[in-house]
Ligand binder design. Structure first.
Ligand code: HEM
Length: 469
């Protein structure tokens, strides 16, 4: 059911979009962009909010009613821990009525969040999992924001990309790339760890998962940063026009890959283990691009965003944490066998995604509070992983912490992170190779922290390496 256009090599997909037109997917995105621009002109609520940074007081000193957990500067100003502690102790299921993203409930204790995450019948991931809302025209559908059964079908189709066998095959490749990147780093002079190591390594990984042209891998990290930084969605700084325009050439390349792989599979070639091959090989998803293009787009975006900020900020967060707790660095050097446990502890300590949002499907009671059907609830993983009811001295990085693996930074239940094993493997290999080469990785100035309610991350971190004697 394809229509070939007079333009050479251009395939048009019959897409039933809002205006029932037949348009190719990248043109559909262009249309969404125009629609979004128009909506911004006529509806002030569609314009990106502008956040002005002002000093945030310690959470212990503010009236509970004035606490704003949706302030995108909480992490940058280091006030998030005091705010969460206040809520955990005094109002663990807390209704916030004021703020730039409208009303929502903050759920801050580990046990309450675990219970919520397990109960997808009562707490829905639809229509989205962020505190704000995506702008008009952002109609992509991701299975992270779907409930079963649709969620399960889509997840099952792409899960093999991170299946144990695939990871085993990937391990050698990941290690050689880590070695290559580390061997090129300058020794004895400051450089930006975020750009040279964390972004570089995650970009290489994402290109592999999508089988995207390797030399263009930075396009994936750039679009992922733009998408996760949409101001009205997560309190970030992205420019909406840039999100739409930078997305289109990437999309065209992904569409090309789809056609090439489809032709190869039709000619009898075994499908690979990249995302597109997997979607093409599964009967539930092989016609996705024709029938449900926005879901196809959603799967690509989910894998790219899911694997980008998260792993990247764990790579940076680990270095930062070991600088804050130098005794732990010494412990690690004395006993490299602690690396796997340390990886879990780093992910707990950093918690790169601060939360996931849910909607109550029915009236219910949580933590003694009456929740109404349709209410938005934020499960603050960043707080659960600092819950002193569950972790001793939670603010400290303790690389041999006994219950480090119980962290909830990967979520729980049906949506538990699909890429957790891959992320842990990447981090383990990075630390194994780092210890082989360097005696010290010194953070030489305070890192720059991203503006966001959602991503707990670093935009710049200057470090200096000391070679192993
Ligand atoms: C889901 C965190 C790495 C792909 C999630 C969720 C969290 C998360 C919190 C939502 C869980 C929930 O709602 O219960 C992390 C962290 C990572 C990481 C902290 C690294 C340290 C990755 C990687 C990939 C990935 C490398 C790519 C392969 C996904 C996908 C989902 C997801 C596809 C959606 C799962 C679903 O809805 O069923 N991740 N993630 N993540 N993650 Fe990750």
């Amino acid at each position: 059911n394809k229509i070939f256009s007079p333009v050479k090599n251009k395939v048009f997909y019959p897409v039933k979009n809002k205006v029932e037109q037949v348009v190719p997917l990248d043109v559909l995105v262009k249309g969404s962009h125009l629609y979004n621009k128009a909506r911004r002109v006529v509806d002030p609520r569609e314009r990106s909010p502008i956040f002005v940074e002002t000093p945030i007081p310690d959470g212990a000193t503010i009236p509970l009613a004035d606490i704003d957990m949706s302030n995108p500067f909480l992490y940058r100003q280091g006030q998030w821990e005091s705010h969460f502690k206040r809520l955990r102790d005094e109002s663990p299921v807390h209704h916030q009525t004021k703020g730039p993203f409208g009303p929502f409930w903050s759920v801050t204790r580990y046990e309450d969040i675990l219970a919520m995450d397990k109960d997808h019948h009562l707490f829905s991931a639809e229509p989205d999992i962020i505190i704000g809302k995506f702008p008009a025209g952002f109609d992509i559908k991701m299975f992270i924001a779907m409930d079963p059964p649709q969620h399960d079908i889509q997840r099952a189709a792409v899960q093999p990309v991170v299946a144990p066998q695939n990871l085993k095959e990937l391990e050698g490749l990941i290690r050689s790339r880590v070695q290559e990147v580390l061997d090129e780093l300058p020794v004895g002079e400051p450089f930006d760890w975020v750009d040279n190591v964390s972004i570089e390594l995650t970009g290489r990984m994402l290109a592999t998962l999508l089988d995207y042209p390797y030399e263009l891998r930075r396009e994936l990290t750039v679009i992922s940063d733009l998408a996760s930084g949409v101001p009205g969605a997560t309190g970030g700084t992205s420019d909406l026009d840039e999100v739409f325009t930078k997305c289109r050439p990437i999309l065209r390349r992904v569409l090309q890959l789809w056609e090439q792989k489809k032709a190869r599979i039709a000619a009898g070639e075994a499908p690979g283990y990249d995302l597109i091959s997997l979607l093409l090989a599964d009967e539930n998803t092989q016609d996705m691009i024709e029938r449900r293009p926005m879901e196809f787009l959603g799967n690509c975006v989910l894998l790219v965003i899911g694997g980008n900020d998260t792993t990247r900020n764990s790579m940076s967060g680990g270095v930062y944490a070991l600088n804050k707790f130098p005794d732990e660095f010494a412990k690690l050097k004395a006993n490299p066998k602690l690396i796997p446990n340390m990886v879990s502890e780093i992910v707990r300590w950093q918690t790169p995604l601060a939360y996931m949002a849910r909607r109550a499907k029915e009236d219910t009671v949580l933590g003694g509070k009456n929740i109404k059907k349709g209410d938005k609830l934020i499960m603050w993983y960043a707080s659960a992983n600092r819950d002193e009811r569950h972790f001793d001295s939670p603010e400290k990085l303790i690389i041999d912490r006994k219950n480090a693996r119980n962290h909830i930074a990967f979520g729980f239940g049906v949506h538990r992170c699909m890429g957790n094993r891959l992320a842990e493997m990447q981090l383990r290999i990075l630390w194994e190779e780092l210890l082989e080469r360097f005696d010290d990785i010194k953070v030489v100035e305070e890192p720059e922290i991203v503006q966001s309610t959602f991503v707990r991350g670093y935009s710049k971190m200057m470090v200096e390496l000391t070679k192993k004697q």
